[in-house]
Unconditional design. Structure first.
Length: 353
């Protein structure tokens, strides 16, 4: 566990960007990140269209009809104007009125929910299992769709994007070994461990352009996984929906690795100067996938900014007031019970609208 924790920590140098190893899998120790993905197919048996996500509209688009950017409408006052974060507006996503994520799917009639991804979804101590976001979300989904909702978990500590489809872990094939007749919702966090590995390579001397190429490889693996879910209508004859999260960090945009006691005690203080561009590439790429595949993305990065280990600093670019709580646990990278509850809320907001 210590080894993977160490490898992940340098990614928080991305915070300087502003809020806005070998492949690991089920046998890897807790040290995750956060990327989630869930997509939907509104009409059972209908052919999936690449442009299924409609452009913004006056009553549902990212500007809410007022010409505002997503940042202005949903996250005013957060981030550093001199160092902007991901530009989602270029992809013209439809963002929900709740501002917790996109609204590309009409998620209805769910009979099975499947969780994929990393340790954010799998859950980790000291948070108790009943406090994991997937447990809370499963309960909310059962209230919405009925107590006979089947829940499956194929997520794993340390998982990266290659673990979704490729051997040896093949999360998707493990959960969907045969055609699934039930109308299915896939929920996922993935990508944080990819960024951890990319950061470690960068600190070992890999040039920035190669880091960006590695991000692109991870994004392609995620795109391949989402595409697989829709490639053959016979796999989900009654429909499948997908929702995933972007990647957060714990320094509230400050890049201060010592802000988290766990990071300081482990001695991880080396920054990743080029991390900003790599993280923007990842989060923008995830939004592109959501738009182009008609799936949905939740704004984990933006929602957690101001709830990291600089939450009490009034000079912080994501300062939310004196009562703002920290949503991360002592590992620095995993959500605490409050953070898990917030993740569950974000996913449910996307499902509900």
């Amino acid at each position: 566990m210590v080894a993977r924790f160490r490898s992940f920590l340098p990614i928080v140098a991305f915070a300087l960007a502003g809020c806005g190893s070998d492949s690991t899998g089920a046998d890897a120790a807790p040290a995750s990140d956060q990327d989630a993905a869930v997509a939907a197919q509104p009409d059972a048996g209908a052919e999936r269209q690449p442009d299924a996500a409609a452009p913004r509209t006056d009553d549902g688009g990212d500007d809410g009809g007022g010409g505002e950017s997503i940042q202005e409408r949903c996250f005013p006052g957060l981030g550093d104007p001199d160092q902007p974060g991901p530009n989602y507006d270029q992809f013209e996503p439809i963002v929900g009125s709740h501002c917790g994520g996109t609204d590309h799917q009409e998620i209805t009639g769910i009979e099975r929910v499947v969780f994929l991804g990393d340790s954010i979804t799998e859950g980790s101590p000291p948070t108790l299992s009943w406090q994991f976001y997937r447990t809370l979300l499963a309960d909310s989904l059962a209230e919405r769709f009925g107590d006979d909702l089947e829940v499956s978990n194929c997520s794993a500590w340390g998982a990266r994007t290659d673990d979704l489809l490729l051997p040896p872990h093949e999360q998707i094939l493990g959960c969907f070994a045969e055609a699934e007749p039930r109308r299915t919702l896939v929920v996922m966090t993935i990508g944080g461990n990819d960024m951890s590995a990319i950061a470690q390579d960068a600190l070992d001397g890999v040039p920035p352009e190669e880091s960006l190429a590695q991000v692109d490889e991870a994004l392609q693996l995620l795109r391949d996984a989402v595409d697989w879910l829709f490639a053959d209508p016979a796999r989900f004859p009654n429909g499948v929906f997908v929702v995933f999260a972007n990647v957060y960090e714990f320094t509230d945009g400050e890049g201060d690795l010592t802000a988290c006691p766990g990071a300081a005690l482990a001695g991880f203080t080396e920054p990743w100067p080029d991390g900003r561009d790599a993280f923007i590439r990842m989060d923008e790429g995830m939004m592109r996938i959501a738009v182009e595949t008609g799936t949905d993305l939740i704004f984990l990065l933006e929602s957690f900014c101001g709830h990291g280990f600089h939450a009490g600093d009034p000079d912080n670019q994501c300062y939310r007031g004196p009562d703002a709580e920290t949503w991360f646990d002592f590992t620095c990278i995993h959500p605490n019970p409050t953070g898990h509850a917030e993740i569950a809320r974000l996913f449910m907001d996307v499902v509900d609208e």
